[in-house]
Design a protein around this ligand. Sequence first.
Ligand code: KG4
Ligand code: ZN
Length: 336
Amino acid sequence: MFVLGIDTSCDDTSVAVVQDGRFVKSNVTHSQIASHRAHGGVVPELASREHLKNIIPVAKEAIAASGLSLQDMDGIAVTIGPGLIGSLLVGVYYAKSLAYITGKSFIGINHLEGHILSGFLETEVPSFPFICLVVSGGHTSFYEVMDFCHYRPLGHTLDDAAGEAFDKVAKILGLSYPGGPEIEKISANGRPDIIKFPRALLNKKSFDSSFSGLKTSVSLFVEQWRSGKHSHTDITIPDIAASFQDALIDVLVQKASLALKMTEAKSIVVSGGVACNRRLRNAINDMAKQISVLTYFPRPSYCTDNGAMIAAAGYYHLIKGEKTALNTDVKPRFPI
Ligand code: KG4
Ligand code: ZN
């Protein structure tokens, strides 16, 4: 069964063809980073105009690269939320048009379900139940995944998402957008234990997170440090970046460890843009090894927003006989 998957929830235009929810025939992503960089973050109006320009060429390229035709598809899956309303509308109306003219089944997918199932796009797949941590520019969420289409949300960010914190701290440090890769790069030359930034664990049994206090703490530190008032005159920007990165990773790892112990799950999947971070991957691996848990990190192109994860999620709903009505609207807010 072949499913065409489309995601335009934020600033990536991505279309893919996936067979049986597992085998990626093609996955074409047009990143808008270059257009948004000058503004220091995603500009919603600009994002929807870019999607409009790119959706048809990206879809044509994805279908051609799969070696199949639109007629070979068994269904069309698209992210209907959560995300930026203008961005979602482009993908959803394009997908609806394709479904209408071809008569194929149409299925609207929750973007977060896509991230949860991205672990199934690789050769080694997790076994149920597993913990999934989705860490991106818009989300920091823990789920207990019982089965396909069966998820238990454990906790979410109460303010800034992890990627958002990376981006905001990068801006404070004068680094370019997106901040995550920049911070990771310069942190390699920094001392992660030189500044003890706060680790907001909130309630020790909670899987909710909060990174705005950490960001403010970095901001106050940098203000003092720039004014020369700070006693640590030998501290460098890489030191601040590395100390921030470790504080944030520490919180994620502690919560992931708690989730694994509480649910007794034996696998963890980490996805979303921040899951590209090598130090996070290493820290999760070290923690998991100690408690005999297996870790799954999709490759970077399946961690960041992509059509393949949406096609995979679509497959599991379509095989249950589900379909979405063509008059269904986008859902900018859409909790699992
Ligand atoms: O999943 P994604 O491409 O888009 C959404 O937000 O949905 O994630 C983008 C986020 C950005 O905040 C970016 O700074 C962060 O992921 N990111 C990273 C790394 N690569 C991307 N954060 C930390 N380390 C990285 N290597
Ligand atoms: Zn995402």
